[in-house]
Design a binder for this molecule. Structure first.
Ligand SMILES: Nc1ncnc2c1ncn2[C@@H]1O[C@H](COP(=O)(O)OP(=O)(O)OP(=O)(O)O)[C@@H](O)[C@H]1O
Ligand SMILES: [Mg+2]
Length: 312
């Protein structure tokens, strides 16, 4: 209520930041406004085969624009993008970066917000009550945020919330798990029909464990695979460039031949492992332990070899 007794509108004015739900909401692990500098860094850091990143961003943005203008009955886009691939391939990083990119590409739609859902907390913290928790998540937490303007929702590791009901046995899984999956799909459908400015980005390592009804609602299923030779080289170069900002001697390692050798040796490593080998390499000598800029190529290759064999 304002001082002169009028009810104050809940819609933010152009000077007011859009309100975000508190992180006390069950299942919600992050809420922020977009664009976001941290997410822009995610977009810059994630390396995909040539041209893929821009194609993905533009396809997602085109879907978003179409959904705003054409009725669901005519163009049944649910606003669901599914990123599938092995662990450490960059799905979550890509999803966060994509949220930032979308907000920048569709800058005329108003202030974007971003919510990240951690389905694990929903499933475990509310055993026996997960259906209710899922319903509340979609109807209240996501629904209210969606009513406030354009929204991107990350459903990380979505198989937790949309487990394939066909594979669930009623003997080992309480009926509540089945009902929770139903609730997630009903919630998703309701938002897809009523809030045309919402994009769900879902990620999964286990596409075969995802309920078929969710798969069929995905407008786009994008494989995010282990990095190619060129991508491995780019990821190593990016990590060493970051290292050199703090430890300038690392600049020595930014040589084409040397990066080619390291990238070839790193076949089979995921993006997460690739970035971590820098720390393992630094720990291999007393000098580079104190100044990681002093990592030698030999130690980098040994660390890569150990990571590739899975031995520390
Ligand atoms: N393709 C890539 N390009 C650049 N960095 C990457 C890539 N893949 C992974 N990384 C780096 O590895 C780390 C882990 O990535 P991320 O969490 O996005 O992977 P994920 O596919 O979501 O893994 P998980 O399935 O285990 O959740 C991040 O620091 C990220 O920057
Ligand atoms: Mg992830």
């Amino acid at each position: 209520m304002s001082r002169n007794g009028h009810l104050r509108s809940t819609a933010p004015t152009s000077h007011e930041a859009r309100p975000l739900p508190s992180l006390d909401h069950p299942g919600l692990s992050d809420a922020r406004l977009l664009p976001d500098a941290g997410f822009a860094a995610c977009w810059d850091a994630v390396v995909l085969p040539d041209g893929d990143k821009n194609r993905i961003a533009q396809t997602v943005a085109a879907g978003f624009v179409l959904r705003r203008s054409i009725a669901f009955e005519r163009l049944p886009l649910h606003g669901v993008v599914l990123l599938v691939g092995p662990p450490g391939a960059g799905k979550t990083t890509l999803a966060r970066g994509l949220a930032d990119r979308l907000a920048k590409l569709i800058s005329g739609a108003g202030q974007f917000a971003y919510l990240e859902i951690d389905a694990h907390t929903l499933a475990s913290s509310s055993l026996g009550r997960s259906q209710q928790a899922v319903q509340q998540l979609f109807d209240t937490t996501i629904g209210e945020a969606a009513a406030g303007g354009p929204l991107v929702v990350l459903l990380d590791e979505v198989e937790t919330i949309a487990t394939d009901r066909v594979q669930l046995s009623f003997d080992t899984n309480p009926a509540d798990v089945h009902r929770a999956v139903d609730a997630a799909l009903i919630g998703l459908d309701r938002i897809a029909r009523t809030c045309r400015d919402v994009l769900f980005v879902a990620t999964s390592n286990f596409p075969t464990a995802i309920d078929g009804a969710l798969m069929s609602r995905a407008d786009l299923v994008l494989p995010v695979d282990l990095p190619t030779l060129q991508a491995r080289k780019d990821i190593l170069a990016d990590t060493i460039t970051a290292l050199a900002k703090a430890f300038p001697r690392a600049r020595r390692l930014l040589v084409d031949d040397l990066l080619d050798q390291a990238a070839a040796a790193a076949e089979g490593l995921d993006g997460r492992q690739l970035r971590k080998v820098i720390a393992a390499a630094a720990g291999r000598s007393a000098v580079s332990t104190v100044d990681p800029g002093e990592i030698t190529l030999d130690n980098l290759l040994v660390a890569i070899g150990e990571a590739a064999r899975g031995t520390p």
